[in-house]
Design a protein around this ligand. Structure first.
Ligand SMILES: NC(=O)c1ccc[n+]([C@@H]2O[C@H](COP(=O)([O-])OP(=O)(O)OC[C@H]3O[C@@H](n4cnc5c(N)ncnc54)[C@H](OP(=O)(O)O)[C@@H]3O)[C@@H](O)[C@H]2O)c1
Length: 326
């Protein structure tokens, strides 16, 4: 009998129950591809958006009526079990992690990816679960703090949403970059966010983080909780409001502040950056992890068979850090 892999298909845009398990023929790696046996994969807010086909304008890239690439999942970790004839960076037996990007199909037993994509060797000390989420919160928050906000040591940063995937990584990365870190979260997450290295934690159920007279050099709004207009009053001169959730309001604020004013609004689509830009950033994250400065927060680990339940929890908007399927 021919070998098969197990994956999850998105039958049509919609709720988590649109996901269905499928068997597909095991691919043979092309000349520059590697075949990976997946040990762990991430279940992210971005994966939920792909599944739901939202925001609707994203369907121009994903497919208008249904997803053009119908498999679920992007972040993964596993080991190489076959390589193409021209593969140079990896060998059979190597532990690797990274992301499938717009190829999708990471919530699966196996995947074939080009060695020149966003793939890295996995250090033995990094678990497959931790490695699988590196391309979501950690990579995105490093991109936003280092490249988009251009945070420098000693600056004051406010992280809105310090307990999510992006926020829990951002608190640790900003602290490692030598910033003075304030983060917001709900009562149940105050202890966690303080333990990640925040100098101050604001419980948003008791206090509006933007109501205090404090001024910040950077406001990183990990969830699109507020707007540039509202955050402006809490920005220092030359302050930057950076937000990974694109909206028309943010787009207009970016256009306006690129030409006028000292306070700026900025966005970036991290997953669309070139692998040549993302790989050195992943190397930096590995170094931070090795030095004990960055530990991904994993809230729940589900079996791959329970991907629908994992998506339902991810979409609650109340997950703590990251969710993984194994
Ligand atoms: N542009 C990019 O490159 C990029 C890349 C990746 C992701 N994203 C986007 O980034 C966004 C964030 O993703 P994520 O995975 O970090 O989210 P998430 O993990 O789902 O966020 C959930 C967390 O947010 C907290 N929270 C909810 N409302 C809050 C509020 N008003 N103030 C403070 N904390 C609040 C929740 O805690 P409580 O329930 O206790 O409040 C929970 O811990 C998503 O929209 C995703 O699509 C963008």
């Amino acid at each position: 009998m021919a070998a098969t892999l197990t994956a999850w298909t998105i039958r049509s845009y919609g709720a988590p129950d649109r996901l269905a398990p499928v068997q597909r023929p095991m691919p043979t790696p092309g000349p520059t591809e590697i075949l990976i046996r997946i040990r762990a994969s991430a279940v992210t807010r971005a994966d939920g958006m792909m599944r739901a086909g939202r925001p609707r304008f994203a369907r121009a890239f994903l497919g208008f009526r249904r997803p053009r690439k119908d498999l679920s999942g992007t972040g993964l970790s596993g080991e190489v079990i076959a390589v193409g004839a021209q593969v140079r960076r990896f060998a059979v037996g190597d532990a690797v992690f990274g992301e499938a990007g717009l190829n999708f199909g990471a919530n699966a037993s196996h995947i074939c990816l080009d060695e020149n994509g966003v793939l890295m060797h996995k250090p033995a000390a990094l678990s497959h679960e931790d490695a699988a989420v590196m391309c979501d919160g950690p990579l995105t928050s490093l991109n936003f703090l280092q490249n988009v906000a251009r945070l420098v040591p000693g600056e004051r940063v406010l992280i809105l949403g310090g307990s999510g995937s992006l926020g829990s990584a951002a608190v640790q990365i900003a602290a490692a970059m030598g910033a003075d870190v304030t983060a917001s979260c709900s009562t149940r997450n105050v202890e966690l966010v303080a333990s990640l290295g925040a100098d101050r934690v604001i419980d948003y159920t008791k206090q509006d983080p933007l109501a205090a007279p404090d001024r910040y050099d950077v406001i990183y709004d990990t969830l699109g909780i507020t707007t540039f207009r509202k955050a402006r009053q809490s920005l220092a001169q030359n302050g930057r409001y950076v937000c990974p959730v694109l909206s028309l309001g943010l787009l207009l604020a970016m256009l306006r502040t690129s030409a006028f004013g000292q306070r700026k609004a900025r966005f970036s689509a991290t997953g669309l950056l070139k692998p040549e830009i993302l790989r050195p950033m992943l190397a930096k994250l590995i170094k931070m992890n090795t030095l004990g400065k960055l530990e991904p927060v994993i809230e729940r680990v589900y079996p791959l068979d329970d991907l629908i339940a994992a998506h339902e929890h991810m979409e609650s908007g109340h997950k703590r850090g990251n969710i993984v399927v194994v």
